[in-house]
Design a protein around this ligand. Sequence first.
Ligand SMILES: NC(=O)c1ccc[n+]([C@@H]2O[C@H](COP(=O)([O-])OP(=O)(O)OC[C@H]3O[C@@H](n4cnc5c(N)ncnc54)[C@H](O)[C@@H]3O)[C@@H](O)[C@H]2O)c1
Length: 356
Amino acid sequence: MTLPAFYTDKTVLITGHTGFKGSWLATWLKMLGARVIGFSLPPEEGRPNLFEAANVEKGMTSITGDIRDLPSFINTFNAHSPEIVFHMAAQSLVRRSYTEPVETYATNVMGTVNLLEAVRNTPSVRSVVVITSDKCYENREWVWGYRETESMGGHDPYSSSKGCAELVTQVYRKSFFTNKGQVGIASARAGNVIGGGDWAEDRLIPDIARALSSNKPVVLRRPNAIRPWQHVLEPLRGYLMLGEHLWKQSDDFSEAWNFGPRDEETITVREMTERIIQHWGSGELVIGGADDLHEAHYLKLDCSKARAKLGWRPLLTIDEALEMTVAWYRSYLEDPGSAGSTTASQINGYMERLSR
Ligand SMILES: NC(=O)c1ccc[n+]([C@@H]2O[C@H](COP(=O)([O-])OP(=O)(O)OC[C@H]3O[C@@H](n4cnc5c(N)ncnc54)[C@H](O)[C@@H]3O)[C@@H](O)[C@H]2O)c1
């Protein structure tokens, strides 16, 4: 893999750069020497966020904008002529999608349409990676891994909006990006990610970190649920590899890609919480809390294609991912000013592992 060299001096636009994954990706791309442009709503008020904590804005161009507003999106593309685009902006929470379905569809579906329109208007773009989710699949509640060819679906507004974003991407590819060797457009379907600096509502790691940092018990609603957790750097590496491959051979990589953990690395919510408490050194776990919303059973991704064609596979064990995550929050707790350096040093450590 030529990741480090490839991104040097490339102009890369990230939508959703003020979010959790976007902040990690912007930091990584800056470290690789890319010119990074971000287009996003500002971070949500009322809780900490990685974007501000790690001063991600420094060394990049950060633009505040709404992906539902096509003209301002197009202006940004015109002004900065990006070559590679990672589309991450989204209403990303399942539970919130039940209370804000209209906003969820407007952002996740029309936002993707607007992104692809902006790309259509910008000749400089050569690679586009649309980030959706493993939840885009119609969950048939079976035990086999889902392949990229499986039907789209989704039981809740968030999941179905991600299935719709996949369909939109497919249609734009077939209708408007038909010239061989031009823009490469891929979509990426990853599962739940973990890592330092996530403070979103109703996500397990932020909930655990909040409880442990304030010496309160961790309350689990669904202790037996299994989720395909992996460290945030794992799918981000997949997205970066896709961006590079689309640039070099757009026709061979313009399709959908799964990025998920190895089978043996999937554990229950309870096991995961117990291991985090162990890494943290103290803490208590209790089962409780009402939960009346439907949540799909474990959906496993078949990542054979990413392994065979991209050469991507998970690098970290779940324990290594948890250890890194706990180390991040611990160091933030001791010194909030360390967020940027901890993030960068974890990316460096990961790249060193890769090069070995
Ligand atoms: N975190 C996960 O476990 C996970 C799992 C699978 C897929 N994903 C997907 O990955 C992407 C990034 O996830 P995340 O965890 O960083 O989410 P996040 O909620 O932390 O960040 C979302 C980003 O999108 C921006 N945004 C939201 N609405 C916008 C709008 N109308 N206009 C412009 N910007 C807007 C926010 O400002 C933020 O920068 C999302 O598409 C999400 O659905 C995340």
